[in-house]
Design a protein around this ligand. Structure first.
Ligand SMILES: [Fe+2]
Length: 198
């Protein structure tokens, strides 16, 4: 396979006021594109050319740092665009809400723990909701890492690299994470990944 940059699933100005067109233009058209371009260059001759993106991410982890960073970020971003939608946030689909109650102590505790994971990720990285051994877990990872390389399946992730929020929120990472959970998350897509993972 080779990596390709898909169009955003909504207009550049569709996530305002929580995420601006300027942020999406830089983040999707420049940052994500760079991961795709660099990833394709590094994939060539790596021995992983015939593998799926998930396999490339897992197999390059710890063995090919350059390829892993770019393939990981490509994987993370292609889901990140789908993890958001205009008028997102709000009520969760029933089965997912029930599982959050069972495994994470309810939505309010999940919300606080997810935001805290993003706030306390030192430097660049991601906050995650993932499925591990049949249970939901909140995680955080540095740089381009994701739950795939820790034996878990990501179903929601928030990019806490500064390129994701600095134009709109400056240094206020907590405000960005609150807006992400409350106003941007596409819970239907999270549910789709949850159903596949369990
Ligand atoms: Fe990013």
């Amino acid at each position: 396979m080779s990596f390709a940059l898909e169009d955003l699933p909504y207009a550049y100005d569709a996530l305002g006021p929580y995420m601006s067109a300027e942020t999406l233009e830089y983040h999707h058209d420049k940052h994500h594109l760079a991961y795709v371009t660099n990833g394709n260059n590094l994939l060539e001759g790596s021995g992983l050319e015939g593998k799926s993106l998930e396999e490339i991410v897992k197999e390059s982890y710890g063995t090919n740092a350059g390829l892993f960073n770019n393939a990981g970020q490509h994987y993370n971003h292609l889901h990140f665009w789908k993890w958001m939608k205009p008028n997102g946030g709000g009520a969760l689909p029933g089965a997912l809400a029930k599982k959050i109650d069972e495994d994470l102590g309810g939505f309010d505790k999940f919300r606080a723990d997810f935001i805290n994971a993003g706030v306390t990720q030192f430097g660049s990285g991601w906050a995650w909701l993932a499925v591990k051994d049949g249970k939901l877990v909140v995680m955080k990872t540095p740089n381009g890492e994701n739950p795939l390389v820790h034996g878990a399946t990501p179903i929601l992730g928030c990019d806490v690299w500064e390129h994701s929020y600095y134009i709109d929120y400056r240094n206020a990472r907590p405000k960005y994470l609150e807006a992400f959970v409350d106003n941007l998350v596409n819970w239907e897509y999270v549910e789709e990944l949850f159903n596949k993972a369990v």
